[in-house]
Design a protein around this ligand. Structure first.
Ligand SMILES: CC(C)(COP(=O)(O)OP(=O)(O)OC[C@H]1O[C@@H](n2cnc3c(N)ncnc32)[C@H](O)[C@@H]1OP(=O)(O)O)[C@@H](O)C(=O)NCCC(=O)NCCS
Length: 280
């Protein structure tokens, strides 16, 4: 068994594994991960056949692990645990002190074995239906003045992930920002077209009203495609907002953390959609 770095040549494997698991996926996701962490995306091979994969994402202070899938025929043989350890050691080798992962039930015990602690529930929410009534008007988010978006995000998310957000903006088919009357930006959202759905996130906002305006905007012109989002389960006002807009529970997820909690501690009440299950 060989664990090597992934390349764009592994696209078919990446996409087919995600589709089989019914995860939101598009080729642009792997492109984004490879552009951001070219040495941190891993593929498992046996006799030249791909059997597993995962990504790691390294921000300024924190690391994330995600997209871990072992081909069904190879499960229960220790491969997934070995891959998790590989990603963990890679991030630790970069000097990362706090690592987080959004775990499905299948992954929770394996992370406990690496001494990850449970941090919070981060449920997936699912929306299907026509557009809701629009909220207050919000502005298009472009690369212009992107520094103000990155600064707001860093304050709320707890780490600098500007480059990852720039790559996500390139993937998006719409992104919007809200301003206070004084002109300062007070929230933003991105919408990403996937092969099997639309994904909204990140959505960062100073209050639920601002988040409502942004999410309502992102839900216009979705053409009845399913829309997925994940949200910190501790943000009860955010969950209430999602439900009031017509989102329903789409599946459980548990954020787990290794290392000091204060590194990359987010202001969770201001996060109305995660960027992605794989990278916070
Ligand atoms: C989660 C996933 C990656 C695990 O991969 P895997 O190769 O089956 O993982 P392992 O074989 O290392 O471990 C699976 C179980 O088998 C056990 N195991 C480990 N080595 C083993 C071995 N040599 N023989 C038998 N069982 C073994 C582990 O203890 C583990 O049990 P646990 O989860 O109850 O703790 C895989 O199930 C998968 O791709 N699932 C679908 C996608 C998914 O859910 N990804 C995780 C999202 S967060």
């Amino acid at each position: 068994m060989l664990i090597r770095t992934m390349t764009l040549d592994d696209m078919d494997f990446f996409v087919s594994q995600c589709l089989r698991e019914c995860w939101a996926v598009a080729p642009s996701w792997l492109e984004t991960h490879l552009a951001h962490d070219p040495d941190g995306c891993f593929l498992v091979e046996v006799d030249g056949h791909s059997i597993g994969m995962m990504t790691t994402t390294c921000y300024r202070q924190t690391g994330w692990m995600g997209n871990r899938i072992i081909d069904s025929a190879w499960r229960g043989k220790g491969v997934g645990t070995q891959l998790l350890r590989h990603g963990f050691d890679y991030l630790r080798g970069l000097g990362i002190k706090t690592i987080r992962v959004e775990s499905e039930e299948t992954s929770i015990r394996q992370c406990h074995q690496l001494e990850f602690e449970d941090e919070l529930r981060s449920p997936r929410m699912l929306y299907q239906g026509g557009p809701p009534a629009p909220g207050k008007e919000v502005a298009e988010l472009t690369t212009d003045n992107f520094g103000e978006i990155a600064a707001l995000d860093a304050e709320v998310f707890g780490d600098d992930r500007m480059r990852f957000l720039e790559l996500m903006l390139k993937m998006s088919d719409g992104a919007w920002k809200a301003h206070r009357p004084t002109g300062d930006v007070c929230g933003f959202i991105m919408r990403l077209p996937m092969m099997n759905c639309l994904m909204i996130g990140p959505c960062v906002a100073e209050d639920p009203e601002t988040a409502s305006d942004l999410i309502r905007r992102a839900l216009q012109k979705v053409d009845d495609k399913p829309v997925v989002a994940s949200i910190p389960g501790t943000n009860t006002a955010g969950l209430e907002l999602h439900r009031s807009l017509g989102f329903r529970f789409g599946g459980p997820c548990l954020r787990q953390r290794w290392g000091p909690s204060e590194i990359g501690a987010s202001k969770l009440d201001n996060i109305f959609a995660l960027a992605t299950g794989a990278a916070g």
